[in-house]
Design a protein around this ligand. Structure first.
Ligand code: KIV
Ligand code: ZN
Length: 440
């Protein structure tokens, strides 16, 4: 057997998470739990997603995106960072002075813990009807404290308390409060607990008027089980727990944002922030469409409507000016398609016995029709394909039943090997007529 060799990569320059931050001492229960209900989804496409675009959304795009989010059923939407740009400020003013916000939708605006920027943020939401959340953040992890902010734990805590008091002074009871210790996943858990204790006391956190504590994995830094432990630690130890909505905000640097969000929900998170198809800084925010449709695929109502996924995709691509990958879960062009012969054969057999009851078609985790897709693309033929797939295409598209599937597959194989290309349904039909005439 061949042995793997040490690589020339400078891996010694990195440390794992446990060398950077104390372990959250948790009596974990999340591994034995199941997700049985959707968390509250909060899209941050218009803030975090927008901040990551080469060309941030103009007012028309912001509005189109906002209307899409309302239409598909989001009930809490982060709409911008009004102190950071005039476009964001004006957009929040548009929402406050028009009837674009339905009564049952809560608007969230984002601000750093700085008095001048807080004042501008509060000004932006004046007159907004319905629930408004002011979301204040400050980076709390040691590297950010030491290198970026140059503040001790106590100095930073004072800045955070002052910001929170300023919001209360300026906005009083007209808003709810959200706090994010940015880079929570690399912050000492006891420090965040202390901050949360003081902030929830100050806001008198109660079930009727809860404070949102949002715990971001701003940069993914560990396997998802570690994040789940960090969330369960807060879930178990937070004072005034019933007056707090525990929220998570995973990014996707290690490609495990989805797993982090799902395990965090098992660990007690009630609210998940992300972007519809995972736009966001670097590798993106966690992808809410995938999270929601993962629930759908296990029989849990996602409480959000992706039944026209291609319509949603068109708006998202237009507004972000970014294409969606053909293999992107649930929405990519190729994700309900089989090219390989064995998969095609199994799908064909699955369709043959499928009724309107439980969905059990091999290799198709959900019925493409649930998200508004047809069945034409489910089987596509190239040199990897087999007789079952070829017969399925001719039969489903043209009603042609082959008398000898194996023989015709040999003709197709020869043709696709020669061309190296996919054979479309109409090319298969033309070949069929060439081989058998029209009367077979
Ligand atoms: O990723 C992040 O930490 C954020 C905020 C919630 C601060 O976008
Ligand atoms: Zn973020």
């Amino acid at each position: 057997m061949n042995r793997q060799q040490p690589s020339p990569m400078p891996s010694h320059r990195y440390r794992d998470i446990f060398a950077k931050v104390p372990v959250a001492p948790v009596d974990r229960t999340w591994p034995d739990r199941r997700i049985t209900a959707a968390p509250l989804w909060v899209p941050v496409d218009l803030r975090d997603g927008n901040q990551a675009l080469a060309e941030p959304m103009d007012p028309e795009r912001k509005r189109e995106f906002f209307e899409l989010m309302v239409a598909i059923g989001y009930k809490e939407i982060e709409v911008g960072y009004p102190s950071a740009s005039q476009t964001d400020f004006d957009f929040v003013r548009l929402l406050a002075t028009s009837d674009l916000v339905p009564d049952d939708v809560t608007i969230v605006v984002f601000t750093p813990a700085r008095p001048d920027l807080i004042a501008r943020t509060v000004e932006s939401v004046a007159g907004m009807k319905g629930d408004v959340v002011i979301h204040m953040y400050a980076a709390t992890a040691p590297v950010w404290r030491d290198v970026v902010l140059r503040k001790s734990r106590d100095e930073l805590a004072s800045m955070i308390y002052a910001g929170s008091e300023e919001i209360q002074r300026l906005a009083g009871d007209s808003v709810r409060f959200q706090f994010s210790p940015e880079v929570y996943n690399l912050t000492e858990p006891d420090y965040v607990l202390k901050l949360a204790d003081r902030l929830t006391k100050q806001w008198d956190a109660a079930p009727e008027r809860p404070v949102i504590l949002n715990l971001p994995a701003t940069i993914e830094a560990a396997t998802p089980n570690v994040y789940a432990d960090q969330i369960e630690y807060m879930h178990q130890n937070l004072p005034r727990r019933d007056g707090v909505i525990l929220s998570v905000h995973p990014h996707n640097d290690r490609g495990t944002g989805i797993a982090c969000a799902e395990l965090a929900v098992l660990a007690g998170a009630q609210r998940v922030e992300g972007c519809i198809f995972g736009n966001g800084e670097r590798t993106g925010n966690v992808d809410i469409a995938t999270l929601a449709l993962n629930l759908h695929a296990q029989g849990v109502d996602p409480m959000i409507d992706f039944s026209d996924i291609d319509g949603i995709r068109a708006v998202v691509e237009h507004c972000t000016r970014m294409p969606i990958h053909p293999r992107h879960p649930y929405v990519g062009e190729l994700v309900y398609t089989a090219f390989s012969g064995t998969h095609q054969d199994a799908i064909r057999k699955g369709f043959a016995v499928q009724d309107d009851g439980l969905w059990e078609v091999p290799y198709l985790p959900i019925d493409p029709a649930d998200v508004g897709r047809g069945y034409e693309a489910v089987v596509r033929v190239n040199s990897q394909s087999g007789k079952g797939g070829i017969a399925h295409v001719l039969e489903s598209v043209y009603g042609i039943k082959l008398s000898d599937e194996r023989e015709f597959a040999r003709h197709v194989q020869r043709r696709t090997d020669e061309t190296g290309r996919e054979a479309t349904a109409s090319e298969l039909k033309a070949l069929y007529e060439e081989v058998y005439g029209c009367s077979n």
